[in-house]
Design a protein. Structure first.
Length: 323
């Protein structure tokens, strides 16, 4: 999958004040390699969930395009309903949701939940669907008798396994995983992450893994994209970003995550970063991180830094020279 300058802007009407534009996702570009995992990280409000909805084509982008296997699948000119090969996109790209309980219909058995994508999107007989359900239950580590149980009869980790089984039923190439373990206990998180990695090896799956938890991301990502107020701050391979983050915002995220190595090694001094995420309705001019950045300078308040290549990754920051 490839995103090129993808964006989603919303017009927001306000009482007694002029309408404002929220740039939820603003010119985001990335590539997810076949069989690889791109982690999208940032605080809540940074645009991760909007990006997930764009990638799932739940909403059309305001601009930019998404490509799958080289083919354009959604552009500002061709909204979701009209895009080329929309039904094939739905089969090839599936989603795993954050809350494994609310995303499963409580009135349906696991069998019915897992088989549902096949009922809608395949011509398989009931018998063939049953075989596929039992096969996939085994793949996600659930026993065959789980098929007859209802969601409330499972633990949180088991429910997420059902969500994963459902997402795999159409044999997709890519899964959008929206905070898939953040609602689970720490001990269960590791089991579900290991399951996702095993399934990736077995089926050659690609993942877009959305998370606010850098400890989790370090476990699973090949590439990391750090977002702030809808923009990409740093993007590149996992290890250099974790061992020597270059963007002051990545440094802040890493330094505030317990148990994760990283920090200002190899980059500018992080110093102390203060404040909270500004309102997306009223972002600062220039660099969106300037109000919290310990290294901010005059240019930061005037000019949004373009991405520049620094030690094998892209960094949007005036501290580094443009090529
Ligand atoms: Fe800080 Fe300026 Fe870099 Fe933004 S561009 S992160 S304000 S130094």
């Amino acid at each position: 999958m490839e995103a090129r300058e993808l964006g989603k802007h919303y017009e927001v009407r306000r009482l007694f004040r002029p309408a404002a534009t929220v740039k939820a996702v603003d010119g985001v570009s990335f590539v997810v390699r076949r069989g690889g995992t791109l982690a999208v990280v940032g605080e809540s409000g940074c645009g991760k969930s909007t990006l997930a909805r764009l990638l799932m084509r739940i909403e059309p982008p305001s601009f930019g395009e998404i490509r799958l296997g080289g083919a354009v699948v959604g552009t500002a000119d061709k909204p979701a309903g009209e895009a080329v090969d929309a039904s094939s996109y739905r089969r090839r790209v599936q989603m795993i949701f954050q809350d494994p309980y609310s995303s499963l219909n409580p009135r349906k058995t696991a069998r019915s939940i897992i088989a549902e994508p096949l009922v809608v999107n395949s011509g398989l007989s009931k018998c063939e669907r049953e075989d596929r359900v039992l096969e996939i239950l085994d793949k996600v580590g659930l026993r065959p008798d789980a098929a007859d149980r209802y969601p409330h009869m499972f633990s949180g980790g088991q429910r997420q396994r059902i969500g994963i089984a459902r997402a795999l039923m159409l044999r997709p190439e890519l899964l959008i995983c929206d905070e898939p373990v953040s609602a689970l206990d720490i001990s269960i998180q590791a089991q579900v992450l290991n399951l996702l990695m095993d399934l990736q090896d077995e089926f050659g799956l690609s993942y877009v893994f959305i998370s606010h938890d850098l400890g989790v991301v370090r476990h699973i990502a090949d590439d990391v994209m750090v977002m702030y107020l809808g923009k990409v701050m740093e993007y590149g391979p996992r290890e250099p970003i974790f061992s020597a983050p270059k963007h002051p915002y990545t440094q802040l995220l890493l330094s505030s995550t317990p148990g994760v190595a990283g920090g200002p090694k190899g980059g500018p001094p992080a110093g102390r970063s203060t404040g909270e995420l500004p309102s997306p309705l009223n972002p600062p001019p220039g660099c969106p991180f300037q109000k919290r950045c310990p290294s901010a300078m005059d240019a930061c308040a005037r000019v949004m830094p373009s991405p520049r290549s620094v030690d094998g990754r892209q960094v949007a920051c005036h501290l580094y020279p443009e090529a």
